[in-house]
Design a protein around this ligand. Structure first.
Ligand code: FES
Ligand code: FES
Length: 161
């Protein structure tokens, strides 16, 4: 019979983590329940809303569609770790200044997804920003303010790279 529990070792927000996990446990549940990293949210639980977005080996993934056991040996970054590093402080400030968040449920996923686009370097059009964020749902803001915030940061970074 296949083993139900597995020992995994990974790096989460720069710290080495070793845990025994249920084979069926998702990455986002592992982060929230086992590591108390509750900044990644659980919305639809089937890959639609983007609330569970985290970075896995530098690439954003759906934490609800990724199993914790798949992350053995990997590097995971959550909104907590990225915030602590200060690498998206300008994006966070722009979201706040432009009312690009209300309840905040979508915000960690939005920020990580927007950061991925901005890290690509080029000045994105509003259409490109909308397209890149199209996998992240927000039930509060109507999206305009979010696009405004991302565009403002893209312009600022283009001026002062
Ligand atoms: S909770 Fe993962 S995409 Fe919605
Ligand atoms: S701010 Fe409430 S879901 Fe986006």
């Amino acid at each position: 019979m296949t083993e139900r529990f597995h020992d995994i070792a990974l790096t989460v927000n720069g710290e080495a983590v070793r845990e025994r996990v249920d084979a069926r446990k998702t990455l986002v549940d592992f982060l929230r329940e086992d590591l108390s990293l509750t900044g990644s949210h659980v919305g639809c639980e089937h890959g639609v809303c983007g609330a569970c977005t985290v970075r896995l080996d530098g690439v954003i993934v759906r934490g609800c569609l990724t199993l914790a056991v798949q992350c053995d040996g990997a590097t995971v970054e959550t909104i907590e770790g990225v915030s602590d590093l200060g690498t998206i402080a300008d994006l966070q400030a722009a979201f706040q200044a432009r009312n690009a968040l209300q309840c905040g449920f979508c915000t960690p996923g939005m920020l990580l997804t927007a950061a991925e686009l901005l890290d690509a370097g080029a000045m994105p059009s509003r259409e490109k920003i909308r397209e890149h964020l199209s996998g992240n749902y927000c039930r509060c803001t109507g999206y305009h303010a979010i696009v405004d915030a991302v565009e403002a940061v893209a312009r600022a970074r283009a001026k002062h790279p």
